[in-house]
Design a protein around this ligand. Structure first.
Ligand SMILES: NC(=O)c1ccc[n+]([C@@H]2O[C@H](COP(=O)([O-])OP(=O)(O)OC[C@H]3O[C@@H](n4cnc5c(N)ncnc54)[C@H](O)[C@@H]3O)[C@@H](O)[C@H]2O)c1
Length: 303
């Protein structure tokens, strides 16, 4: 089986695939223009977030048998269309959950204690103790929107830190240690709201002016899921009128953003979509991608 690696993948796992007899070529800087010329010669492709697999590319590659996405979401792949063409689509749903959860918790600590602002102030050689009185996250209520793999990992950590965790997820009826609540109840009760759900037609702009109005004054919001689930204009407004005290954002409706005004707000801390970008998660992703491809190749009918 011939495999094209289209995005960064750990060398160790590329070697594992080769040792299992797969022919693996690495073009992890391949452009969207080059892909339709190169990919038709391959049975399998490995992508992360960078490479998008849309309908025209799928149509250009009638021999493609499997697409493996190292990561959780499949929104970068026209996966239903691929499946309708008989192409298997796989991902690595669990490999990065702990890393994303740790980033969400990190954002909460950073917001509660103004770690970013205090650091900037110190780098400007100021010793400004008065400006940085914070609050504890223990004893506060964390509302999780989406209680799948990452939501659950976040909940475990938050509970261990002494937070009360409530969650809204139409797909989860009950979960030990967490009170499942209606969406509006979550908005009204939470001191922190963290998003861990996929971006779909239904969830795009799910948090907008109407939802901000239902939240506690001074709520803090974390989005390590996908940009656009929160309406960014409404968030900007809520952060500037004091409704929302702070936001930690790893994802944006446009990546990179063309309009940086949200990121530049004093009460926003931000990172460039690095939720899964830890050595630990990358190693687990690489191992899972290799295992899935090796297994797929074993089951492939000889032609
Ligand atoms: N920042 C990053 O680098 C990064 C990395 C990995 C995943 N993610 C994002 O995190 C999201 C969650 O990942 P996961 O592994 O927990 O996925 P998951 O599929 O395990 O869980 C998602 C949960 O969201 C729930 N859900 C769906 N629609 C909902 C709605 N309208 N309201 C409330 N809940 C809803 C589902 O029932 C499910 O339980 C992914 O979809 C992805 O977009 C981001």
């Amino acid at each position: 089986m011939k495999v094209l690696i289209c995005d960064k993948t750990e060398q160790e796992y590329i070697e594992q695939m080769r040792a299992a007899g797969l022919i693996v070529d690495v073009r992890d800087d391949i452009t969207a223009e080059e892909l339709p010329k190169v990919l038709p010669a391959y049975d399998a492709m490995v992508v992360r977030s960078r490479t998008k697999v849309r309908q025209p590319l799928i149509d250009a590659c009638p021999n493609l048998k499997v697409i493996v996405r190292g990561g959780v979401g499949l929104d970068t792949i026209d996966h239903q269309y691929a499946k309708s063409k008989g192409i298997a689509v796989m991902n690595t749903p669990l490999a990065s959950s702990a890393s994303v959860a740790e980033l969400a918790i990190g954002f909460m600590f950073a917001l509660a204690r103004s770690i970013y602002k205090a650091t900037s102030s110190m780098k400007a050689e100021k010793w400004d103790k008065k400006s940085f009185e914070g609050d504890e996250i223990g004893g506060k209520t964390l509302g999780l929107i989406g209680l799948g793999n990452i939501g659950q990992e976040t909940a475990k950590r938050a509970i261990a830190l002494g937070m009360t965790v409530i969650a809204y997820d139409p797909g989860v009826k009950e979960f030990k240690g967490i009170k499942m609540v209606a969406f509006d109840e979550l908005l009204a009760q939470s001191d922190y709201i963290s998003l861990h759900l996929p971006k779909t037609k239904e969830t795009t702009n799910m948090i907008s002016a109407e939802q901000f109005a239902k939240m506690k004054n001074g709520v803090r919001i974390i989005n390590c899921a996908r940009g656009g689930i929160i309406n960014e204009e409404a968030l900007y407004e809520a952060l500037t009128n004091g409704k929302v005290a702070g936001a930690g954002l790893d994802v944006f409706s446009e990546e990179p953003p063309t309009d940086w005004k949200l990121v530049k707000l004093d009460n926003v801390i931000a990172s460039p979509h690095i939720g899964a970008a830890t050595k630990d998660a990358q190693a687990r992703v690489g191992a899972e991608v290799a295992a899935k491809l090796i297994e797929f190749a074993k089951n492939m009918q000889p032609v």
